[in-house]
Design a protein around this ligand. Structure first.
Ligand code: CP
Ligand code: NVA
Length: 307
């Protein structure tokens, strides 16, 4: 029997595994675009547990699973026992006896780690307070589609050192690129929370313009993530200078890409001219969530399919 594999943090997978996943993503995406059926997951079921809101993550997993011939079941905290204090260990035992994989979007990373420990089937992180590995898998695939290898390139992260930022930092260690991070004072990267091996793949900049200078990719995210809404007013004041605008894109490389995991707030973390402008690849990023996750589901459920 194949050993049970989860995707809870970006670095749960090696560079070699990501290269396999990206080769499979290209194959799966290509077949999908040609309307060719590919049903390797007939009779397989993915359970999706959402303790926070979602559009892209739910849709990409649900549509992806269906396109692979399987089924997806949506559970949320409001109308299941999950919100009523059932221990996460018990939920993991029960849920994982009735399906082939579980995707969870929740609060603390610790919750998903506990769930995985008691699960009989692969568990996928669909976003926690700390990480968003499926997002960065799609983002790196998108970068490679547009610009080729990301090795040695510079990614500028502007704004909050949140779950998406932490995952970029982990990815930099796996793919060997650099992240220039600029956050307001008090919101800096915490290496331990980010789950890093060291500090040789990122550099912190006080001035966001310095972080963006010469970057191959400029990226940002909302100033206030889900679960931190009580801090919104304060954050809106503090983050005013951490907006990706056309001046900031001008100091990046002329062919720099702009990414945002979405949903975005135009006029807050990103100017309309940037997200709707020529550097932006945000719609490709969103679409690639589905293609990369289909490759991930194939890998976690069937192992290395060659084709
Ligand atoms: N980017 C992302 O995860 O979007 P959703 O919150 O809509 O799932
Ligand atoms: N950092 C954001 C990402 C949403 C996809 C959040 O956690 O709300």
């Amino acid at each position: 029997m194949r050993p049970l594999k989860h995707f809870l943090r970006f670095k749960d997978l090696s560079l070699d595994e990501f290269e396999h996943l990206f080769a499979r993503t290209r194959w799966i995406k290509d077949r999908f675009k040609q309307y060719q059926q590919y049903w390797p997951l007939v009779d397989r079921t993915l359970v999706m547990i959402f303790e926070k809101a979602s559009t892209r993550t739910r849709l990409s997993f649900e549509a992806g699973m269906q396109q692979l011939g399987g089924a997806a079941i949506y559970l949320n905290t409001r109308d299941s026992q999950l919100g009523r204090g059932e221990p996460v260990e018990d939920a993991a035992q029960v849920i994982s006896r009735m399906c082939d994989a579980v995707m969870i979007r929740t609060f603390e990373q610790e919750i998903i780690e506990r769930f995985a420990k008691h699960s009989r089937v692969p568990v996928i992180n669909g976003l926690t307070n700390e990480y968003h590995p499926c997002q960065i898998m799609a983002d790196i695939f998108t970068f490679i589609e547009h610009r080729g290898s990301i090795k040695g390139k510079t990614v500028a992260w502007i704004g909050d050192s949140n779950n998406v930022c932490n995952t970029w930092l982990q990815a930099a260690e796996v793919f060997d690129f650099n992240v220039h991070v600029s956050t307001p004072p008090g919101y800096e990267v915490e290496a331990e929370r980010a789950g890093l091996y060291g500090d040789d793949h990122y550099e912190q900049f006080a001035d966001p313009m310095d972080a963006a200078r010469g970057a191959d990719l400029v990226t940002t995210d909302v100033w206030t993530s889900m679960g931190f809404e009580a801090e919104n007013e304060q954050r809106c004041r503090v983050f005013q200078d951490w907006r990706v605008d056309t001046d900031m894109m001008r100091v990046a490389k002329p062919d720099a890409l702009f990414m945002h995991c979405l949903p975005a707030h135009r006029g807050e973390e990103v100017a309309k001219e940037v997200i709707d402008g020529p550097h932006s690849v945000v719609w490709d990023e969103a679409e690639n969530r589905m293609h990369t996750q289909k490759a991930l589901l194939e890998y976690l459920l069937l192992g290395r399919v060659e084709g």
